[in-house]
Structure formats: structure tokens, C-alpha cells
Design a binder for this molecule. Structure first.
Ligand SMILES: Cc1cc2nc3c(=O)[nH]c(=O)nc-3n(C[C@H](O)[C@H](O)[C@H](O)COP(=O)(O)OP(=O)(O)OC[C@H]3O[C@@H](n4cnc5c(N)ncnc54)[C@H](O)[C@@H]3O)c2cc1C
Length: 475
């Protein structure tokens, strides 16, 4: 062993001992096999390497861990539920992985103030349940909510199915507690809806994907629990018709439009093929399907939904519609939407995009993007679904023929460029809700406005001069 290697091993062993002293033997993993499940991302695309995995019990321990790593000049990757879709929570080069799963306490639930303060390791589902038990609603809802954590949702500024009504994680967050890269604790856990005392620092850490600090707790907004829900599955021929229906609903139901989800025939077909127990509510060949949810705290809302959809049917804008008559029917309609990711995983690899556009630009974008992709990759299969009400589409590309699929995957960079360039031409974003992580880092660099890039680099350098927080992600 060379002197340099021996010195490095001894420094590493000293750091591991120091981290072990902070969390205790039971909460540090160093064995490769024990660490393996945490070192692969949800999609199985990224396989990382970590010096060790540490699980602090509270913010004070987390701060000590971060300070210790800063002192040793060793980088860190934060991880929540590991459901992120861009490889952001996978350490790349032996970073220490800090998981927040033990910070899973609800600290306060203030029903009068409609706020909840909780540890970053609470799952979104646990927060929804706690809020519901207090007759309140925590509206952040994703198909991964059973595992996705509050910290991860804030670090990625997660969206989900209710953004149209309640906004994304950023909009729901009132305050944060963050461990800064040098180990200091910033306690910004304010439960205020108005707070203009200086810069809104919390927004720096929300959506930063762990590159600026470690979120250990947050205060979020709650809402009155809606008592009446109405759900419809509707078939339309074009996205423009779907958007006309959204406009009708907004005019009549305003903020009571809870969700407006788009599913194309290809995506529905995959769910029907791969997910046991699913069946189509209307003709599965209809090119576009829309799942609509309205909700009201005071009055039944079913007839408002039925009347609006029927008016669209009479105007020839809608082909067919089915309304959920009870909870079981609602759940089975929602499961068709929520199981798309699972169905895609079973089908095989695809080139995935998570984009957003002004809703008014979507029909033109879909037309031009489909034409451009088909010109380059004849016979391509385009799967399109997403939160249409928010202008957020998931556009996933694959080829039904194995040889062509191989060619497509080999040219994935070109396919991605075609989509992203058209997104930018239409004033959209290449990262709507899943973040940048490792997956889109190069695309962000290629497409980002230089002034924005310089500002981001300045912020990163000023908060994390050693570059130790989640290196290789975002920037
Ligand atoms: C089936 C499925 C459906 C999904 N649907 C949606 C959807 O509708 N909308 C949506 O927005 N996303 C969706 N996602 C993506 C994902 O669930 C969200 O991004 C989620 O918020 C990530 O939470 P997590 O706790 O799993 O974070 P992780 O995957 O563990 O981490 C994500 C990123 O946040 C960082 N991070 C994690 N915890 C912290 C912390 N405490 N402090 C600082 N940084 C931290 C990580 O380093 C990483 O960069 C879906 C994922 C799956 C698998």
C-alpha cells in the first residue's frame, strides 16, 4: 500500500468512527451489501457508491454529522424515501449518505392556524393521515406518497395531482429547518402566511435537491377537508378539446377543480396490459383520456360535474364519459392514472421527459413535437400523460421493435434535444416536477440562460464553498 493510500484509508476510518460516535453503532452502515438497496435509485438506472450510510435521530445529530464531514472535506448526499426520478438521491463517488427516516415525528399540528410542523423523514402519507385525523387536509399527493418524505418532496419541489388547486410543495411550505453545509442549524420554522422580514431564505432550499443544505423539518399549510368529491373519466379526440373542457370546469367550479389529469391511449393500454385487475372505463382506443376530480367542503358537487361534462358532450367536444358512483369506483379510476409508472417499468426502458408549458401552447407543442420525433424515428411510440391542468406533461419515448428500440436508446440524447428545444421554443421548462438530479444536469447546462446559471453558481459557492452538498447533482 502506498503512503498516500494508507493515509487516505486511515482518514476514512477516523471519519467513520466519528460518525459512528454521533449516531451509534446501530445507525451506521458500512457493509456494501447492507448499503446496496439505498444506492440504487427507484428506476434502477443509477447505481452509486457510498463511504457509509448514517441515520441521525434528530436535527442536532444531523448537524454534528454535517459538521464532521465538512471538517474532513468529505461530501454528503441526503436521501429521503429514494423515490426521486432523476438520480438525485444516489451518491456518485463515495459520498456519505444521510437518510432522514428517523426524523419522522409530527412536532405540532395547529388546527386553528391550519399548519403542521414535522420532521423531514415523515412520509407524505403519514402527514395526510395526521391532518385528516384533525379534520384538516394536507394536499400534497403523489403516487409515491407511501414512501416519499416531506424533506424529499421539498428538496424536489414535488407537484402531484392537486397542484391545480393547492400549488406545489413550495406553495405549501411556510417554514424550514435546515442544516447548512458547515453544520450550522438554521431554524426558520415559522408558521406565518405573511413574513416579509428580509429575503425568503426557505425558497433557496426548496427545489435545490440537497445541493445547498439538509432539510430536517418543515412547517406546511393545511386546508379544510373537502367533504364532497366527484370524479369523471372522459374521452376526447384532441388535447385542445381537453383544454376547452378544463375552461368550462374552471368557469363553473373555479377553485373546486381538484385535479385534471391527461392519459393518452398508449399509456392507458400499458396499464391495462401490465396491471392486474384494471379495466377501461370507456373505449380504450379513444386518443386522449381525462380524469377529473372536483371537491367541495360544503355542498355536493356531483351534479355540477355531470352538467358541465354533459354540456361538453352536447357541444361535440367530448366523446364519452363515466362518473364514479362510489368510493370503490373512484379508487379504481384513480388507480388507472396512478399505475402508469408501474406499467411503464414493466414494459421496459423508455426515454422520459418531465416538461411543462403554458397550457395554451400545449396543442401546438404536441403537434410539432410528434411530427419532429416521427420524422427522426419512424414508428416511434410516444406515451403522453400528466397533470394537464398544470401544463405538466410526461412524454416518454420507446419503439415497439427491439432493433429500433436499441437504435432509439443509442440516440436518446438527440431525441431529448428535439423535445427540449421545442419545449423552450414554446416558453416551457425541461424540468417540471421531478427536478434535475444527475439525469438532466447536462441538459440544464446546455439550455440554461447564462445569467441564471451564473446566479446559481454564485449561490452554490457562497453557501457551500467546499462543494460538499450532493455533488454532481443539478449544477
Ligand atoms: C410512482 C412515482 C410517482 C411519482 N409521482 C410524482 C408526482 O406526481 N409529482 C412529483 O413531483 N414527483 C413524483 N414522483 C417523484 C418523487 O416521488 C418525488 O420527487 C418525491 O418528492 C421525492 O421524495 P423522496 O423522499 O423519495 O426523495 P429522494 O428520492 O430520497 O430524494 C430526492 C432529492 O431530494 C434530496 N433530498 C431528500 N431528502 C432531503 C432532505 N431532507 N434535505 C435535502 N435534500 C433532500 C435528495 O438528495 C435528492 O436530490 C414520483 C415517483 C414515483 C416513484
Amino acid at each position: 500500500m502506498s503512503t498516500a493510500t494508507a493515509e487516505h484509508s486511515s482518514r476514512t476510518a477516523t471519519l467513520i468512527d466519528a460518525l459512528r460516535d454521533i449516531v451509534g453503532q446501530a445507525y451506521i452502515l458500512t457493509d456494501e451489501q447492507d448499503m446496496a438497496p439505498r444506492l440504487t435509485d427507484w428506476r434502477g438506472r443509477y447505481h452509486g457508491k457510498s463511504l457509509c450510510i448514517v441515520r441521525p435521530a434528530n436535527a442536532a445529530q444531523a448537524a454534528q454529522l454535517v459538521a464532521c464531514c465538512a471538517h474532513a472535506g468529505v461530501a454528503l448526499t441526503p436521501q429521503g424515501g429514494n423515490t426521486g426520478l432523476c438520480g438525485g438521491a444516489t451518491p456518485m463517488n463515495g459520498e456519505v449518505l444521510i437518510t432522514l427516516e428517523r426524523l419522522n415525528q409530527i412536532q405540532t399540528l395547529d388546527t386553528d392556524n391550519y399548519t403542521l410542523t414535522a420532521g423531514a423523514g415523515c412520509t407524505l402519507q403519514a402527514l395526510q393521515t395526521a391532518a385528516a385525523q384533525a379534520q384538516r387536509l394536507f394536499p400534497l399527493s403523489l403516487a409515491s406518497e407511501g414512501s416519499a418524505t416531506l424533506g424529499g418532496a421539498l428538496a424536489t419541489n414535488a407537484g402531484g395531482v392537486h397542484v391545480l388547486r393547492y400549488g406545489n410543495a413550495r406553495n405549501l411550505c411556510l417554514g424550514l429547518e435546515v442544516i447548512l453545509p458547515d453544520g450550522q442549524i438554521w431554524n426558520g420554522l415559522r408558521a406565518l402566511r405573511k413574513d416579509n422580514a428580509g429575503y425568503a431564505l426557505k425558497h433557496l432550499f426548496i427545489g435545490a435537491e440537497g445541493t445547498l443544505g439538509l432539510i430536517t423539518a418543515a412547517t406546511v399549510q393545511l386546508f379544510p377537508q373537502p367533504r364532497h368529491h366527484a370524479l369523471a373519466w372522459v374521452g376526447v379526440n384532441t388535447i385542445a378539446a381537453a383544454l376547452r373542457l378544463l375552461e368550462r370546469l374552471r368557469q363553473r367550479a373555479a377553485e373546486r377543480v381538484n385535479a385534471f389529469e391527461l392519459i393518452d391511449a398508449q399509456a392507458l393500454g400499458l396499464v391495462l396490459r401490465h396491471c392486474a385487475g384494471t379495466r377501461t372505463p370507456i373505449d380504450a382506443q379513444t386518443p386522449w383520456h381525462v380524469l377529473i376530480e372536483l371537491a367541495d367542503t360544503a355542498d355536493p358537487i356531483q351534479s355540477l360535474l355531470e352538467n358541465t361534462v354533459e354540456a361538453a358532450l352536447e357541444a361535440g367536444e367530448v366523446n364519452d364519459a363515466v362518473f364514479a358512483g362510489n368510493l370503490a369506483q373512484s379508487q379504481s379510476l384513480w388507480s388507472l392514472r396512478e399505475r402508469i409508472s408501474e406499467a411503464q417499468q414493466r414494459e421496459g426502458t423508455s426515454i422520459k421527459h418531465d416538461i411543462s408549458l403554458p397550457t395554451s401552447a400545449i396543442p401546438h407543442f404536441i403537434e410539432s413535437c410528434t411530427a419532429a420525433l416521427e420524422a427522426h424515428f419512424p414508428g416511434l411510440r410516444i406515451l403522453c400523460f400528466g397533470h394537464l391542468g398544470d401544463g405538466n406533461l410526461h412524454l416518454n419515448l420507446s419503439h415497439p421493435q427491439p432493433a429500433e428500440q436499441e437504435r432509439l436508446m443509442a440516440q436518446s440524447e438527440q431525441a431529448r434535444r428535439i423535445v427540449h428545444d421545442l419545449v423552450l421554443d414554446n416558453h416551457g421548462s425541461i424540468a417540471a416536477e421531478h427536478g434535475i438530479g444527475q439525469l438532466k444536469r447536462d441538459e440544464l447546462r446546455r439550455t440554461q440562460n447564462p445569467v441564471e446559471r451564473a446566479l446559481m453558481t454564485t449561490l452554490k459557492k457562497s453557501l457551500d464553498p467546499q462543494g460538499l452538498m450532493n455533488p454532481g447533482k443539478v449544477l
